[in-house]
Design a protein around this ligand. Structure first.
Ligand code: NAD
Length: 476
């Protein structure tokens, strides 16, 4: 596999770089220093990619289900074989511990394997009609897809942009984040190496808004799929609406965690503290607002602080590191602003609170408590290693607070009461609800949010259907 220190474009199966194209630095978040470069596409490159995507769509949609399944299974196998190398690229460019980078890559293979299997189950249906007439509901791939992925999961976010479309029979042009280009590019290369035609899966980089404006301005693209902030998601949804392109938006969240006095507190603490500091909190489903029944507040608070203080922060390349640096200096600045705003409004700082050293982008695992609802951090996704612990009085108030924000991605609850579990499942507004678990993502389960967390699903059968349209054929 080529070393992707300097990431190129993959257009119509060809590695494209040089020729006077702009090259931008990629930084290693553990040092803050340059680790490689990323080539930016020109407008002509993007036009060539669009032409190829139109060609590729015609080829791929007419490739048999058996062949598409076999090719995607082979690609998944190559991704598994290359997981150590791809994991190392993730750590070098995004900062997370190597074991997490490798795990993320394996998860990409699992997702592709699931999608490959789904190809054979994309049935339509025949409706009941009198003899001599019939009505058939068919599913067809929507057309070429443009995908834009964020830097927090450099591989998984890209796989979510290409796996569903490829399974559905669409061609796809993906733009991984320019801050973390290598792993996404390596996944696209694995698909090509396995036999996906180069016109069908392509990878570009550039100035994000220029690339999306160019691609979404073309009638060739019929669907856009984006992972990132709500602000950019709204912008891209408007661009998509101008040409009535369909869209999947996987945007930010503000994960509430409802901790009830009847729960297994030690298990809740172990699970949720690990979930909070995973990937330095830069996870769209990160648990953020802990709403804790007052009877167990002190116990939960003290247990959480104890665990936060034990998290080993260091470079992702070191074996015993639990939490790497934040991915960029932007994340550190954001944390500083949110924490000082919260403490200025009376929040208690119980652990962490500041950057570590001045090399790289390391931040202390942080715990705030008794944070007032008007603090910025109670309303905006912190996307960093900070937990907010607030005491609450009773189930109704906890559900009301969980539903207060316009976001609704992941929510969590800890309770042993079966009737309460059902009430929470009915009333908490979220795309995913984890009850007595921190795991809310699986290859065969739809992943996505409601409200300002976006719309449409990735993963699961829904992730393929999101790239398909129906055609009803009525025969008299
Ligand atoms: P952002 O939305 O500006 O960027 C996220 C990704 O989108 C980046 O990789 C960027 O290259 C790309 N992007 C930005 N503008 C684009 C455009 N016009 N067209 C196409 N792609 C575009 O977010 P950020 O500045 O990286 O982070 C800010 C906040 O966004 C975070 O603090 C967090 O709240 C949220 N975020 C959420 C997720 C998620 O998983 N849902 C991921 C990253 C960021």
């Amino acid at each position: 596999m080529p070393d992707m220190l300097d990431s190129h474009l993959l257009i119509a199966g060809e590695a494209v770089s040089g020729g006077g194209r702009d090259v931008h630095d990629v930084l290693d978040p553990a040092t803050g220093e340059r680790s490689g470069g990323v080539v930016h596409a020109t407008a002509e490159d993007l036009d060539r990619a669009l032409e190829a995507a139109a060609r590729g769509f015609r080829t791929w949609r007419n490739t048999s289900a058996d062949e598409r399944t076999a090719i995607l299974m082979k690609a998944a196998g190559l991704i598994r074989e290359r997981a150590k190398d791809i994991g190392a690229m993730i750590t070098r460019e995004q900062g997370k511990p190597l074991k997490e980078g490798i795990g993320e890559t394996i998860y990409c293979a699992m997702l592709l394997e699931f999608y490959a299997g789904e190809i054979k189950r994309l049935y339509g249906r025949t409706l009941v009609r009198p003899a001599g007439s019939r009505v058939e509901v068919q599913y067809h791939p929507v057309g070429p897809v443009a995908g834009f992925a964020a830097w927090n999961f450099p591989a998984l976010n890209v796989m979510r942009k290409i796996g569903g479309p490829l399974a559905a029979g669409c061609s796809t042009i993906v733009k991984p984040s320019e801050e973390t280009p290598a792993a996404g590019l390596a996944l696209v290369q694995a698909c090509i190496d396995a036999g996906v035609p180069g016109d069908v899966v392509q990878c570009v980089f550039g100035v994000p808004d220029e690339v999306s404006t160019h691609l979404l301005g073309s009638p060739v693209i019929r669907k856009v799929t984006f992972t990132g902030s709500t602000a950019v998601g709204k912008h891209l949804a408007k661009l998509a609406a101008e040409d009535l392109k369909i869209a999947t938006m996987e945007l930010g969240g503000h994960g509430p965690v409802l901790v009830f006095a009847d729960s297994d507190i030690d298990k809740a603490l172990d699970t949720m503290a690990a979930a909070k500091y995973r990937n330095a909190g830069q996870v769209c489903v990160s648990p953020t607002r802990f709403l804790i029944e007052e009877d167990v507040f002190e116990r939960f608070r003290d247990g959480f602080v104890e665990r936060a203080e034990k998290v080993k922060v260091g470079p992702g390349t070191e074996r015993d590191t639990d939490m790497g640096p934040m991915a960029s200096a932007r994340g550190l600045e954001r944390m500083e602003g949110l924490i000082s705003d919260a403490t200025g409004r009376g929040a208690k700082l119980l652990a962490g609170g500041t950057r570590i050293g001045n090399q790289g982008f390391f931040h202390q695992p942080t715990v705030l408590s008794e944070v007032s609802t008007d603090a910025e951090i109670m309303n905006e996704e912190p996307f960093g290693p900070v937990a907010i612990l607030n005491p609450m009085k009773g189930e109704d108030a906890m559900i009301e607070e969980a539903n207060r924000l316009p976001y609704g991605l992941a929510a969590y609850a800890w309770t042993r009461d079966p009737a309460r579990r059902r009430r929470l499942a009915a009333e908490v507004e979220a795309g995913m609800l984890g009850i007595d678990t921190g795991a809310v993502s699986a290859a065969d389960a739809p992943f996505g949010g409601v409200g300002w967390s976006g719309y449409g699903s990735e993963d699961g059968r829904e992730g393929v259907l999101a790239c398909m349209v129906t055609k009803t054929v009525h025969e008299g």
